[in-house]
Design a protein around this ligand. Structure first.
Ligand code: SF4
Length: 220
């Protein structure tokens, strides 16, 4: 790995690690995570601030070589905000071409139209308590496939009510699966479960498995 790498096929990488998928439809599956450096947002609840800066430049060959060691089936490209680096789109294509089942975790503020259709997109809609609600790119909703997912990270009842209104306004459950997830330490998972059931919402609730297992430890 070298900052002197020449050519276009490279990305700034914060970490590559092997763990159980902690959320989304593939929760619980052994997965290799590629965390790209950088994010234009500053969500209040962000737990990956260490990925805002730093990292190392890696060529695509180096990235593919490092993940091959784990013989994975599932790969998740995450951040930071992975789409903030233009070459992310090319990496996603390479990963699909290599035969991996690939998902992309994105904040929902950048255009997703050019993401390879073989990739499952897990896209946030930023809630009021994130402090970044104004940056949501609602045009992205029209780009989502049935196999993609929209995720709301909820910090309290006000976020829940807002998410419920977006569910109606954009008919989100018709586009794809919708995930509701509580911010750990801010919103009780039990309360969220009770609200979803009381309102009979067509959403899937999730609790981050990796935090239950390993807390906030990085790279897990
Ligand atoms: S988009 Fe993700 S990585 Fe960026 S600040 Fe928000 S939670 Fe953190």
């Amino acid at each position: 790995m070298s900052a002197r790498l020449q050519g276009q096929d490279r990305l700034r990488i914060s970490e590559i690690f092997y763990s159980l998928q902690g959320e989304s439809r593939t929760v619980g599956w052994p997965t290799v995570f590629i965390r790209l450096t950088g994010c234009p947002l500053r969500c209040t609840y962000c737990d990956t601030r260490y990925a805002f800066q730093g990292g190392e430049w890696m060529s695509f060959d180096e990235i593919l070589g490092q993940i091959a060691v784990f013989h994975p089936h599932y790969i998740t490209v995450t951040g930071g905000e992975p789409l903030a680096q233009k070459n992310c789109l090319l990496l996603l294509q390479h990963l699909c071409d290599a035969g991996y089942t690939v998902s992309l975790e994105t904040s929902g503020v950048l255009d997703i139209a050019a993401v390879d259709p073989r990739v499952t997109i897990v896209m946030d809609l930023k809630t009021p308590s994130s402090g970044e609600k104004s940056k949501n790119r609602y045009l992205n909703i029209g780009e989502l496939k049935q196999s993609d997912q929209i995720k709301f990270v909820l910090g309290g009842r006000a976020d829940y009510d807002w998410a419920r209104s977006k569910l109606d306004e954009y008919n989100l459950a018709q586009h794809c699966e919708v995930l509701f997830s509580p911010v750990q330490g801010e919103l009780s998972a039990t309360d969220l479960a009770d609200w979803i059931l009381a309102d009979r919402l067509p959403v899937r609730m999730q609790i981050q498995l990796h935090k239950l297992l390993w807390g906030d430890e990085q790279g897990r």
